[in-house]
Design a protein around this ligand. Structure first.
Ligand code: GDD
Ligand code: MN
Length: 375
Protein backbone atom coordinates (compact mmCIF):
# COMPACT_ATOMS: atom_id res chain seq x y z
CA UNK A 1 0.00 0.00 0.00
CA UNK A 2 1.27 3.45 -0.86
CA UNK A 3 0.74 6.21 1.58
CA UNK A 4 0.17 9.49 -0.21
CA UNK A 5 1.12 12.83 1.27
CA UNK A 6 -2.52 13.52 1.66
CA UNK A 7 -3.24 10.51 3.88
CA UNK A 8 -0.03 11.17 5.83
CA UNK A 9 -1.29 14.65 6.60
CA UNK A 10 -4.66 13.33 7.56
CA UNK A 11 -3.06 10.78 9.89
CA UNK A 12 -0.89 13.44 11.49
CA UNK A 13 -3.96 15.46 12.33
CA UNK A 14 -5.59 12.46 14.01
CA UNK A 15 -4.71 12.44 17.67
CA UNK A 16 -4.39 9.13 19.47
CA UNK A 17 -7.47 8.65 21.60
CA UNK A 18 -6.86 8.96 25.31
CA UNK A 19 -10.37 9.60 26.56
CA UNK A 20 -13.63 8.03 25.46
CA UNK A 21 -16.79 9.82 26.45
CA UNK A 22 -19.73 7.42 26.77
CA UNK A 23 -23.15 9.01 26.66
CA UNK A 24 -26.38 6.97 26.80
CA UNK A 25 -29.22 8.43 24.79
CA UNK A 26 -32.93 7.93 24.52
CA UNK A 27 -34.71 10.67 22.58
CA UNK A 28 -31.91 13.20 22.82
CA UNK A 29 -31.92 14.47 19.25
CA UNK A 30 -32.04 18.05 20.48
CA UNK A 31 -28.95 17.61 22.69
CA UNK A 32 -26.32 15.37 21.08
CA UNK A 33 -25.00 18.02 18.67
CA UNK A 34 -24.58 20.56 21.42
CA UNK A 35 -22.88 18.04 23.71
CA UNK A 36 -20.36 17.09 21.02
CA UNK A 37 -19.65 20.75 20.39
CA UNK A 38 -19.11 21.43 24.10
CA UNK A 39 -16.88 18.38 24.47
CA UNK A 40 -14.72 19.69 21.68
CA UNK A 41 -14.47 23.06 23.39
CA UNK A 42 -13.55 21.49 26.72
CA UNK A 43 -11.26 18.68 25.54
CA UNK A 44 -9.79 20.32 22.46
CA UNK A 45 -6.13 19.30 22.77
CA UNK A 46 -6.80 15.92 24.41
CA UNK A 47 -7.33 13.03 22.01
CA UNK A 48 -10.95 12.08 22.56
CA UNK A 49 -13.97 10.37 21.05
CA UNK A 50 -17.60 10.30 22.08
CA UNK A 51 -19.74 7.17 21.84
CA UNK A 52 -23.46 7.76 22.00
CA UNK A 53 -25.21 4.55 22.97
CA UNK A 54 -28.71 4.86 21.61
CA UNK A 55 -31.56 2.42 22.20
CA UNK A 56 -33.20 3.07 18.86
CA UNK A 57 -34.85 6.29 20.04
CA UNK A 58 -38.07 7.03 18.15
CA UNK A 59 -36.91 10.63 17.61
CA UNK A 60 -34.07 9.39 15.39
CA UNK A 61 -31.14 10.24 17.65
CA UNK A 62 -29.08 7.39 16.19
CA UNK A 63 -29.47 8.62 12.61
CA UNK A 64 -28.37 12.09 13.66
CA UNK A 65 -25.31 10.74 15.48
CA UNK A 66 -24.35 8.66 12.44
CA UNK A 67 -24.59 11.79 10.36
CA UNK A 68 -22.40 13.68 12.83
CA UNK A 69 -19.91 10.82 12.71
CA UNK A 70 -19.52 11.11 8.95
CA UNK A 71 -18.37 14.70 9.39
CA UNK A 72 -16.29 14.05 12.51
CA UNK A 73 -14.91 10.54 13.14
CA UNK A 74 -14.53 11.29 16.83
CA UNK A 75 -18.30 10.99 17.10
CA UNK A 76 -19.57 7.42 17.12
CA UNK A 77 -22.90 5.70 17.57
CA UNK A 78 -23.59 2.38 19.23
CA UNK A 79 -27.09 1.66 17.99
CA UNK A 80 -28.98 -0.96 20.01
CA UNK A 81 -32.27 -2.30 18.77
CA UNK A 82 -34.95 -4.05 20.82
CA UNK A 83 -33.26 -3.25 24.13
CA UNK A 84 -33.61 -0.62 26.80
CA UNK A 85 -31.53 0.30 29.79
CA UNK A 86 -29.23 3.03 30.94
CA UNK A 87 -26.82 0.76 32.83
CA UNK A 88 -26.36 -1.77 30.09
CA UNK A 89 -25.92 1.07 27.58
CA UNK A 90 -23.05 2.47 29.62
CA UNK A 91 -21.44 -0.96 29.99
CA UNK A 92 -21.52 -1.63 26.27
CA UNK A 93 -20.34 1.89 25.45
CA UNK A 94 -17.35 1.47 27.75
CA UNK A 95 -16.50 -1.87 26.16
CA UNK A 96 -16.59 -0.26 22.71
CA UNK A 97 -14.33 2.58 23.88
CA UNK A 98 -10.83 2.97 22.46
CA UNK A 99 -9.49 5.26 25.17
CA UNK A 100 -7.80 4.07 28.36
CA UNK A 101 -10.03 6.48 30.23
CA UNK A 102 -13.79 6.51 30.03
CA UNK A 103 -16.06 9.36 31.09
CA UNK A 104 -19.78 8.65 31.43
CA UNK A 105 -22.01 11.66 30.99
CA UNK A 106 -25.73 12.15 30.34
CA UNK A 107 -26.47 13.46 26.88
CA UNK A 108 -29.04 15.97 28.07
CA UNK A 109 -26.51 18.62 29.16
CA UNK A 110 -27.54 18.33 32.82
CA UNK A 111 -24.02 17.28 33.77
CA UNK A 112 -21.44 20.06 33.74
CA UNK A 113 -18.94 18.98 31.07
CA UNK A 114 -16.51 21.78 32.05
CA UNK A 115 -15.31 19.74 35.05
CA UNK A 116 -14.10 16.86 32.84
CA UNK A 117 -10.50 18.18 32.65
CA UNK A 118 -10.46 18.40 36.46
CA UNK A 119 -11.69 14.82 36.62
CA UNK A 120 -9.02 13.61 34.20
CA UNK A 121 -6.13 15.25 36.08
CA UNK A 122 -6.79 12.88 38.98
CA UNK A 123 -5.72 9.94 36.81
CA UNK A 124 -2.15 11.27 36.78
CA UNK A 125 -2.06 9.48 40.10
CA UNK A 126 -1.75 5.85 39.04
CA UNK A 127 -3.55 4.68 42.18
CA UNK A 128 -6.80 6.40 41.27
CA UNK A 129 -9.44 4.04 39.87
CA UNK A 130 -12.46 6.25 39.68
CA UNK A 131 -13.42 9.92 39.70
CA UNK A 132 -17.01 10.81 40.50
CA UNK A 133 -18.78 14.02 39.56
CA UNK A 134 -20.52 14.81 42.84
CA UNK A 135 -23.38 17.07 43.81
CA UNK A 136 -22.54 16.68 47.48
CA UNK A 137 -18.99 18.03 47.80
CA UNK A 138 -17.61 21.54 47.60
CA UNK A 139 -18.58 23.12 44.31
CA UNK A 140 -21.48 20.71 43.91
CA UNK A 141 -25.22 21.20 44.08
CA UNK A 142 -28.59 19.90 43.03
CA UNK A 143 -29.60 22.94 41.03
CA UNK A 144 -33.33 23.54 40.96
CA UNK A 145 -34.58 20.21 42.22
CA UNK A 146 -37.96 19.98 43.92
CA UNK A 147 -38.11 18.98 47.58
CA UNK A 148 -39.56 15.56 46.73
CA UNK A 149 -36.75 14.61 44.39
CA UNK A 150 -34.13 15.87 46.85
CA UNK A 151 -35.74 13.70 49.53
CA UNK A 152 -35.87 10.58 47.36
CA UNK A 153 -32.29 11.10 46.26
CA UNK A 154 -31.07 11.50 49.85
CA UNK A 155 -32.93 8.41 50.99
CA UNK A 156 -31.53 6.39 48.10
CA UNK A 157 -28.03 7.62 48.89
CA UNK A 158 -28.33 6.42 52.49
CA UNK A 159 -29.54 3.00 51.29
CA UNK A 160 -26.76 2.80 48.75
CA UNK A 161 -24.11 3.43 51.37
CA UNK A 162 -25.11 0.17 53.04
CA UNK A 163 -23.99 -1.93 50.13
CA UNK A 164 -21.05 0.25 49.19
CA UNK A 165 -17.44 -0.64 49.74
CA UNK A 166 -16.18 2.88 49.08
CA UNK A 167 -16.99 6.05 50.94
CA UNK A 168 -18.32 8.38 48.29
CA UNK A 169 -20.70 11.27 48.75
CA UNK A 170 -22.75 10.78 45.58
CA UNK A 171 -23.05 7.09 44.70
CA UNK A 172 -26.15 7.88 42.62
CA UNK A 173 -24.25 10.07 40.22
CA UNK A 174 -24.54 9.31 36.55
CA UNK A 175 -21.43 11.39 35.81
CA UNK A 176 -18.08 9.71 36.46
CA UNK A 177 -14.75 8.68 34.96
CA UNK A 178 -12.72 5.49 35.28
CA UNK A 179 -9.96 3.48 33.72
CA UNK A 180 -11.51 1.26 31.09
CA UNK A 181 -9.84 -1.73 32.77
CA UNK A 182 -12.08 -1.19 35.77
CA UNK A 183 -15.17 -1.93 33.70
CA UNK A 184 -13.57 -5.11 32.40
CA UNK A 185 -12.73 -6.09 35.97
CA UNK A 186 -16.27 -5.42 37.21
CA UNK A 187 -17.95 -7.09 34.23
CA UNK A 188 -18.36 -10.66 35.52
CA UNK A 189 -20.24 -9.43 38.61
CA UNK A 190 -22.30 -6.61 37.14
CA UNK A 191 -26.09 -6.67 37.54
CA UNK A 192 -26.67 -4.05 34.83
CA UNK A 193 -30.14 -3.54 36.29
CA UNK A 194 -31.66 -0.08 36.05
CA UNK A 195 -29.95 3.31 36.25
CA UNK A 196 -27.27 2.99 38.88
CA UNK A 197 -24.29 1.78 36.97
CA UNK A 198 -21.77 3.57 39.20
CA UNK A 199 -23.07 1.78 42.27
CA UNK A 200 -23.14 -1.44 40.32
CA UNK A 201 -19.49 -1.10 39.24
CA UNK A 202 -18.19 -0.22 42.69
CA UNK A 203 -19.92 -3.19 44.28
CA UNK A 204 -18.82 -5.54 41.51
CA UNK A 205 -15.08 -5.42 42.13
CA UNK A 206 -13.54 -7.38 44.94
CA UNK A 207 -11.31 -4.66 46.31
CA UNK A 208 -11.52 -1.22 47.80
CA UNK A 209 -11.28 1.38 45.09
CA UNK A 210 -9.36 4.63 45.23
CA UNK A 211 -11.96 7.25 44.42
CA UNK A 212 -11.73 11.02 43.95
CA UNK A 213 -14.64 13.41 43.70
CA UNK A 214 -15.14 16.61 41.79
CA UNK A 215 -18.09 18.88 42.58
CA UNK A 216 -20.55 20.08 39.96
CA UNK A 217 -23.98 21.64 39.93
CA UNK A 218 -26.73 19.59 38.30
CA UNK A 219 -28.30 21.66 35.54
CA UNK A 220 -31.89 21.86 34.40
CA UNK A 221 -32.92 20.01 31.32
CA UNK A 222 -33.80 22.27 28.41
CA UNK A 223 -34.45 19.87 25.51
CA UNK A 224 -36.33 16.56 25.80
CA UNK A 225 -37.55 14.95 29.00
CA UNK A 226 -36.38 12.76 31.87
CA UNK A 227 -36.89 9.00 31.58
CA UNK A 228 -36.75 8.52 35.32
CA UNK A 229 -40.03 7.04 36.56
CA UNK A 230 -41.29 4.92 39.42
CA UNK A 231 -39.87 1.84 37.78
CA UNK A 232 -36.43 3.32 38.44
CA UNK A 233 -37.05 3.16 42.18
CA UNK A 234 -38.03 -0.50 41.95
CA UNK A 235 -34.97 -1.24 39.81
CA UNK A 236 -32.82 0.50 42.38
CA UNK A 237 -34.20 -1.65 45.21
CA UNK A 238 -33.62 -4.74 43.06
CA UNK A 239 -30.04 -3.67 42.42
CA UNK A 240 -29.45 -3.27 46.17
CA UNK A 241 -31.05 -6.66 46.79
CA UNK A 242 -28.91 -8.26 44.12
CA UNK A 243 -25.79 -6.73 45.65
CA UNK A 244 -26.61 -7.87 49.17
CA UNK A 245 -28.38 -11.24 48.96
CA UNK A 246 -28.25 -11.88 45.20
CA UNK A 247 -25.53 -14.46 45.69
CA UNK A 248 -27.99 -16.69 47.57
CA UNK A 249 -31.40 -15.81 46.16
CA UNK A 250 -32.16 -14.71 42.60
CA UNK A 251 -33.54 -11.15 42.59
CA UNK A 252 -36.37 -12.14 40.32
CA UNK A 253 -37.58 -14.49 43.00
CA UNK A 254 -37.37 -11.69 45.58
CA UNK A 255 -39.34 -9.43 43.30
CA UNK A 256 -41.89 -12.19 42.71
CA UNK A 257 -42.24 -12.76 46.47
CA UNK A 258 -42.60 -9.03 47.16
CA UNK A 259 -45.36 -8.88 44.58
CA UNK A 260 -46.96 -11.91 46.23
CA UNK A 261 -46.99 -10.12 49.58
CA UNK A 262 -48.73 -7.14 48.02
CA UNK A 263 -51.17 -9.63 46.48
CA UNK A 264 -52.00 -10.89 49.96
CA UNK A 265 -52.99 -7.38 50.97
CA UNK A 266 -55.14 -7.08 47.85
CA UNK A 267 -56.75 -10.42 48.66
CA UNK A 268 -57.73 -9.36 52.16
CA UNK A 269 -58.98 -6.00 50.97
CA UNK A 270 -61.36 -7.63 48.47
CA UNK A 271 -62.44 -10.32 50.94
CA UNK A 272 -63.15 -7.78 53.68
CA UNK A 273 -65.12 -5.65 51.27
CA UNK A 274 -67.31 -8.48 49.97
CA UNK A 275 -67.68 -10.67 53.06
CA UNK A 276 -67.58 -8.17 55.92
CA UNK A 277 -68.91 -4.98 54.40
CA UNK A 278 -71.25 -6.22 51.67
CA UNK A 279 -72.38 -9.30 53.57
CA UNK A 280 -71.84 -11.71 50.63
CA UNK A 281 -71.19 -15.42 51.32
CA UNK A 282 -67.61 -16.22 52.37
CA UNK A 283 -67.18 -18.63 49.45
CA UNK A 284 -67.86 -15.92 46.88
CA UNK A 285 -65.75 -13.38 48.71
CA UNK A 286 -62.82 -15.78 48.84
CA UNK A 287 -63.24 -16.78 45.18
CA UNK A 288 -63.41 -13.20 43.94
CA UNK A 289 -60.49 -12.15 46.15
CA UNK A 290 -58.39 -15.00 44.76
CA UNK A 291 -59.05 -13.97 41.17
CA UNK A 292 -58.49 -10.29 41.78
CA UNK A 293 -55.24 -10.99 43.65
CA UNK A 294 -54.00 -13.36 40.94
CA UNK A 295 -54.76 -10.76 38.30
CA UNK A 296 -53.04 -7.90 40.11
CA UNK A 297 -50.09 -10.21 40.83
CA UNK A 298 -49.87 -11.05 37.16
CA UNK A 299 -49.95 -7.38 36.17
CA UNK A 300 -47.38 -6.35 38.79
CA UNK A 301 -45.00 -9.15 37.87
CA UNK A 302 -45.37 -8.31 34.21
CA UNK A 303 -44.52 -4.69 34.97
CA UNK A 304 -41.77 -5.15 37.57
CA UNK A 305 -40.36 -8.67 37.81
CA UNK A 306 -40.40 -9.29 34.07
CA UNK A 307 -40.20 -5.75 32.70
CA UNK A 308 -37.50 -6.97 30.33
CA UNK A 309 -39.80 -9.65 28.90
CA UNK A 310 -43.04 -7.74 29.33
CA UNK A 311 -46.07 -9.30 27.64
CA UNK A 312 -48.20 -6.88 25.66
CA UNK A 313 -51.48 -6.97 23.76
CA UNK A 314 -52.90 -10.43 23.02
CA UNK A 315 -49.91 -12.15 24.61
CA UNK A 316 -51.07 -10.68 27.92
CA UNK A 317 -54.32 -12.62 27.83
CA UNK A 318 -52.53 -15.91 27.23
CA UNK A 319 -49.99 -14.97 29.88
CA UNK A 320 -52.71 -14.20 32.39
CA UNK A 321 -54.40 -17.55 31.72
CA UNK A 322 -51.19 -19.51 32.21
CA UNK A 323 -50.42 -17.49 35.33
CA UNK A 324 -53.81 -18.28 36.87
CA UNK A 325 -53.47 -21.95 35.92
CA UNK A 326 -49.98 -22.22 37.41
CA UNK A 327 -50.94 -20.40 40.59
CA UNK A 328 -54.03 -22.58 41.05
CA UNK A 329 -51.81 -25.65 41.03
CA UNK A 330 -49.54 -23.75 43.44
CA UNK A 331 -52.48 -23.18 45.77
CA UNK A 332 -53.36 -26.89 45.74
CA UNK A 333 -49.71 -27.74 46.51
CA UNK A 334 -49.67 -25.15 49.27
CA UNK A 335 -52.74 -26.55 51.00
CA UNK A 336 -51.62 -30.14 50.40
CA UNK A 337 -48.20 -29.67 51.97
CA UNK A 338 -49.56 -27.66 54.90
CA UNK A 339 -52.29 -30.22 55.59
CA UNK A 340 -49.83 -33.12 55.32
CA UNK A 341 -47.45 -31.53 57.83
CA UNK A 342 -50.22 -30.47 60.18
CA UNK A 343 -51.73 -33.97 60.13
CA UNK A 344 -48.26 -35.27 60.96
CA UNK A 345 -48.30 -33.20 64.16
CA UNK A 346 -46.32 -30.18 63.01
CA UNK A 347 -47.01 -26.75 64.53
CA UNK A 348 -49.99 -25.16 62.67
CA UNK A 349 -48.19 -21.89 61.83
CA UNK A 350 -45.12 -23.76 60.64
CA UNK A 351 -47.24 -26.06 58.50
CA UNK A 352 -48.90 -23.03 56.93
CA UNK A 353 -45.54 -21.36 56.32
CA UNK A 354 -44.11 -24.48 54.69
CA UNK A 355 -47.16 -24.62 52.44
CA UNK A 356 -46.69 -20.98 51.45
CA UNK A 357 -43.00 -21.49 50.65
CA UNK A 358 -43.69 -24.55 48.50
CA UNK A 359 -46.57 -22.78 46.75
CA UNK A 360 -44.52 -19.66 46.07
CA UNK A 361 -41.52 -21.55 44.72
CA UNK A 362 -43.80 -23.57 42.48
CA UNK A 363 -45.57 -20.44 41.23
CA UNK A 364 -42.25 -18.75 40.54
CA UNK A 365 -40.71 -21.65 38.66
CA UNK A 366 -43.87 -22.51 36.73
CA UNK A 367 -44.64 -18.95 35.63
CA UNK A 368 -40.99 -18.23 34.80
CA UNK A 369 -41.28 -21.13 32.39
CA UNK A 370 -44.86 -20.99 31.07
CA UNK A 371 -45.84 -17.34 31.41
CA UNK A 372 -42.64 -15.39 30.81
CA UNK A 373 -40.39 -18.06 29.36
CA UNK A 374 -38.83 -17.41 25.99
CA UNK A 375 -40.44 -19.60 23.41
N1 GDD B 1 -29.41 4.17 25.84
C1 GDD B 1 -30.29 4.55 26.78
N2 GDD B 1 -31.28 3.67 27.15
N3 GDD B 1 -30.18 5.77 27.35
C2 GDD B 1 -31.10 6.12 28.27
C3 GDD B 1 -32.14 5.27 28.70
C4 GDD B 1 -32.23 3.97 28.09
O1 GDD B 1 -33.11 3.16 28.37
N4 GDD B 1 -32.87 5.93 29.65
C5 GDD B 1 -32.29 7.13 29.81
N5 GDD B 1 -31.23 7.27 28.98
C6 GDD B 1 -30.31 8.41 28.83
C7 GDD B 1 -31.00 9.75 28.63
O2 GDD B 1 -31.22 10.02 27.26
C8 GDD B 1 -30.00 10.72 29.24
O3 GDD B 1 -28.96 11.05 28.35
C9 GDD B 1 -29.42 9.91 30.39
O4 GDD B 1 -29.61 8.54 30.05
C10 GDD B 1 -30.07 10.23 31.73
O5 GDD B 1 -31.46 10.04 31.64
P1 GDD B 1 -32.49 11.08 32.25
O6 GDD B 1 -33.84 10.54 31.97
O7 GDD B 1 -32.17 12.47 31.82
O8 GDD B 1 -32.20 10.90 33.80
P2 GDD B 1 -32.27 11.96 34.96
O9 GDD B 1 -31.73 13.30 34.55
O10 GDD B 1 -33.62 11.95 35.53
O11 GDD B 1 -31.26 11.28 36.00
C11 GDD B 1 -29.87 11.47 35.87
O12 GDD B 1 -29.36 12.04 36.99
C12 GDD B 1 -29.41 11.23 38.15
C13 GDD B 1 -28.83 11.98 39.28
O13 GDD B 1 -27.47 12.23 39.03
C14 GDD B 1 -29.14 10.17 35.57
O14 GDD B 1 -27.77 10.45 35.29
C15 GDD B 1 -29.17 9.24 36.76
O15 GDD B 1 -28.35 8.12 36.48
C16 GDD B 1 -28.65 9.97 37.94
O16 GDD B 1 -28.79 9.17 39.08
MN1 MN C 1 -31.39 14.08 32.75
Amino acid sequence: MTVTTETKDAMASVRPIRVSIVSPTYNERGNVGELARRLDAVLGATGWEVIFVDDDSPDGTAALVHEMGRADPRVRCLHRVGRRGLSSAVVEGALAASGDLVVVIDADLQHDETIIPKMLVHFDDAAVDLVVGSRHVEGGGLGEWGAARVGISQFATVLAKFVLKADISDPMSGFFAFRRDLMVEALPNLSSIGFKILLDMITSVNRRLTVREVGYVFRNRIEGESKLDNKVIWDFLMLLADKSVGRYIPVRFLSFSAVGTVGLVVHFAVLTLMFKLMGLPFFWGQTAATFVAMTTNFLMNNELTYSDRKLRGRAMLKGWASFVAACSIGAVANVGVAEFLYAGDAEWALSALAGIVVGTVWNYVATAWFTWGRK
